[in-house]
Design a protein around this ligand. Structure first.
Ligand code: HPA
Ligand code: ZN
Length: 330
């Protein structure tokens, strides 16, 4: 049978957002840590009631206290790869939030080695090409971002770029101009969350001041026709996360999501899962949901998958191979 969703790249995934309730309980038991419940079903039920980004982040950060050791991070990454393989992921460029873990007393080395030992072998173990992107938590400010980047530079070979996540409004990209310049000088790729809850001006700042190569979310760019034209002309990829946008109420319903308009405008829009353990599905679930609720047919799904491949930081020869797989799927 032909797979119902295309082979794809996944470019907007927080590895910490793949911590399924079962793993949460197992790690809490391992380290003797408290949880609101030991019942995965009860924990999952809590994830169904976010009202905005902040209410999600409060649960997300609290849960991350169970990640203590290099082994825990390796297990988290391996769990994602197992699921990504089933989802048809060929390339994953995965966010991680080191500041959270360091705040919890975990050595940075344990975080990076735990994740990278799984991801660097993923091509052999899972047939998934995988790389890490270190994210700064914007609500901790620019000095903390510079501090974590400096601390991570001894592990430079284990990550390919930097990103910017966490609470958006009130923490515009302009605050992070210096640390992005530092990252650029190190030859790191640059992406940033912008235009999820923040407006189109956050997207402009990310482009003009942080010189990002991709915009994460970016859906509110659709409010600004001039910006839309620029994103199209400069072929700036947007890593859109439909189920996340509904869960965090960035859009009211999936049926009203701007994704079809983004494609009609010729934007390099891609489909991603963001925090799949919380938002109701992995990247294949997101493809199925937009196919069903937005009436996207197979050629449109293939277009989204091609966009995702073009938007990766992977070598051209890999991109050609994945494009051929998408053509075969179609
Ligand atoms: N937005 C911003 N920060 C995040 C998210 C998100 O959806 N998930 C994890 N950190
Ligand atoms: Zn995100």
């Amino acid at each position: 049978m032909i797979a119902p969703t295309p082979p794809t790249a996944e470019l907007h995934l927080h590895v910490e957002g793949t911590i399924e309730a079962e793993l949460l309980v197992r790690l809490a038991d391992r380290h003797g840590l408290p949880l609101p419940s030991r019942d995965p079903a009860v924990l999952r039920e809590r994830y169904a009631h976010f009202v905005d980004l902040r209410s999600f982040l409060d649960v997300y950060y609290a849960n991350l206290a169970v990640l203590r050791t290099e082994e825990d991070f390796h297990e988290l990454a391996t769990g994602y790869l197992d699921r990504a393989l089933k989802a048809g992921v060929r390339r994953a460029e995965v966010f991680f939030d080191p500041q959270t873990h360091v705040q919890h007393g975990v050595p940075l080395e344990a975080v990076i080695h735990g994740l990278s030992s799984a991801f660097s072998a993923a091509e052999e173990t899972h047939g998934v090409s995988a790389a890490l992107i270190l994210c700064f938590l914007r609500d901790l400010g620019p000095e903390a971002a510079e501090e974590i980047l400096r601390a991570a530079l001894p592990f430079r070979e284990h990550f390919i770029g930097v990103g910017l996540d966490s609470a958006e409004v009130g923490y515009p990209p302009s605050l992070f101009t210096g640390v992005y310049a530092m990252a650029a000088a190190e030859g790191l790729h640059r992406v940033a969350h912008a235009g999820e809850e923040g407006g189109a001006e956050y997207v402009r700042e990310a482009l003009d001041l942080l010189h990002v190569e991709r915009v994460d979310h970016g859906i509110r760019a659709m409010e600004d026709p001039e910006l839309v034209a620029r994103l199209r002309d400069e072929r700036i990829p947007l890593t859109v996360c439909p189920l996340s946008n509904v869960s965090l109420r960035a859009v009211d319903t999936l049926g009203e999501h701007p994704l079809p308009r983004m494609l009609d405008e010729g934007l390099l829009a891609t489909v991603n899962s963001d925090d799949p353990a919380y938002f109701g599905g992995y990247v294949d679930d997101n493809y199925r949901a937009v196919a069903r609720e937005l009436g996207l047919d197979r050629p449109r799904l293939a277009q989204l998958a091609r966009n995702s491949v073009d938007a990766t930081f992977a070598p051209e020869e890999d991109k050609r191979r994945w494009h051929a797989e998408i053509d075969a799927w179609l």
